[in-house]
Design a protein around this ligand. Structure first.
Ligand SMILES: [Zn+2]
Length: 420
């Protein structure tokens, strides 16, 4: 028996049907049309409550300090010391944006450089306990990197699918861990389509973030840590870059559990950020399609490659979280993302991935339009480390001026003096 004794099982977020703790179950039998991301792990909170009192006097160490609310038994954990990432107050950027309490949760500090390590640690622990032959996932990059590392630690075979736009740095990370990387031309959704047959045929444990219900159990520990780091309070708003939204859903779940356990009385608003050129969850939010998967949109040029989505498989969970928290989904432009990335590096010494910078860009935008009050506690989730995409960042940071455009050249030089 490998389950944590406090886990009660799985519950469908649409029809409420409950299942036992079936680690291989990825969807609800009743709700096949919502085959993506509809199951949620539930716990016996009354029993957990007595065992989590010590949390209130703890310091942040690793994700597994919250083992009572993680669906894996202690002796089957595969870990590289994920979690325990710093919460940093950004005074300079905060001042620039008119925010007195702007914080970033730097998930780039995790073992492979992104928040994905939390969920992947959990599902690789599960796959190992199930005796799986190996693990696989389809990913825009970071999840595949993380899965490769944890599979190496667990001595499990690993093959991963990624769109060919994946950065050179992430390719190298995957390959150095010894995983098989299969590149698919085009978008993440195409990679999903192509990978489906392989998932059916080879019987490897399916670690796709949008489908596997155990991944967000790792993501939710971001909320627990933030709660400790803000002196046992929830922030007013949490800003999260979203592709399929499983990170946001996870963090929201974490805060709800803290409330259920009587550890906080007020929940934060959850703010989802997408790139204005590829924003299906935003479209779903605008059109109030809470329970359906938003319309497919055609992916256009978006520099935040970690959240490019034509079709967001886990959107129903994310939209439920956003609406339940009275939060919003908004979008930022490529230019706003680059400006935010530079602000954070130049004024705070923090180098994040392009995707992560969407959260900072959103803080600026929402401060300006009054959605965020200047004194609110705002936590931006920086999902990954800038070192993972240096080649892409170099390209975006140093625009190449076309030969016959002297105006652009002048603009570039003048921007230097403006920022000096
Ligand atoms: Zn159901």
């Amino acid at each position: 028996m490998m389950a944590n004794i406090f886990v009660r099982g799985l519950k469908c977020i649409f029809c409420g049907k409950e299942y036992g703790l079936e680690y291989s179950r990825l969807c609800c039998t009743n709700c096949k049309e919502y085959k993506y991301g509809s199951l949620d792990v539930i716990y016996d909170y009354d029993r957990v409550r007595d065992n989590t009192r010590s949390w209130k006097s703890s310091h942040v160490s690793t994700m597994w300090q919250f083992k009572e609310l993680l669906p894996v038994k202690e002796n089957s954990i595969i870990t590289l010391s994920e979690g325990g990432t710093p919460l940093i107050k950004c005074n300079s950027v905060g001042k620039k944006y008119g925010l007195n309490n702007l914080f970033i949760k730097d998930e780039g500090i995790n073992p492979t450089g992104s928040f994905k390590d939390r969920g992947i640690s959990i599902i690789v622990s599960i796959a190992k306990s199930l005796g799986s032959k190996g693990v696989t996932c389809v990913s825009s990059g970071n999840a595949a990197v993380s899965l490769s590392a944890y599979a190496a630690k667990a001595k499990l075979d690993c093959f991963v699918f990624a769109p060919d736009s994946i950065s050179q740095e992430k390719r190298t990370q995957i390959q150095i861990y010894g995983a098989k990387l299969i590149l698919i031309e085009g978008t993440l959704e195409r990679a999903y389509e192509m990978a489906r047959f392989a998932l059916d045929e080879y019987d490897y444990y399916n670690c796709n973030a949008a489908i596997n219900p155990f991944i967000i159990e790792g993501n939710k520990t971001i909320a627990y840590e933030n709660w400790i780091q803000l002196k046992f309070k929830a922030p007013d708003q949490v800003i999260v870059p979203i592709g399929n939204g499983s990170n946001l859903s996870g963090i929201w779940k974490g805060y709800n559990e803290l409330q259920t356990l009587g550890l906080i009385d007020k929940l934060p608003k959850m703010v989802g950020i997408q790139c204005s050129n590829a924003a299906p969850v935003y479209e779903g939010f605008k059109n109030s399609k809470m329970n359906s998967i938003p319309q497919k949109i055609t992916g256009k040029e978006c520099d935040a490659d970690g959240i490019i989505a034509e079709d967001s498989y886990d959107a129903p969970k994310a939209l439920k979280a956003i609406k339940g928290s009275e939060g919003i989904v908004t979008t930022v432009t490529n230019k706003e993302i680059w400006d935010a990335l530079k602000d954070l590096a130049i004024h705070e010494g923090i180098f994040c991935e392009i995707t992560s910078a969407t959260a900072i860009a959103a803080a600026k935008k929402l401060s300006k339009d009054g959605t965020i009050d200047k004194d609110e506690n705002i936590v931006c989730i920086l999902t990954g480390n800038g070192l993972k995409s240096i080649s892409k960042i170099t390209k975006g940071y140093l625009p190449v001026i076309p030969f016959n455009k002297p105006d652009l050249l002048r603009e570039e030089i003048e921007s230097h003096f403006k920022n000096a």
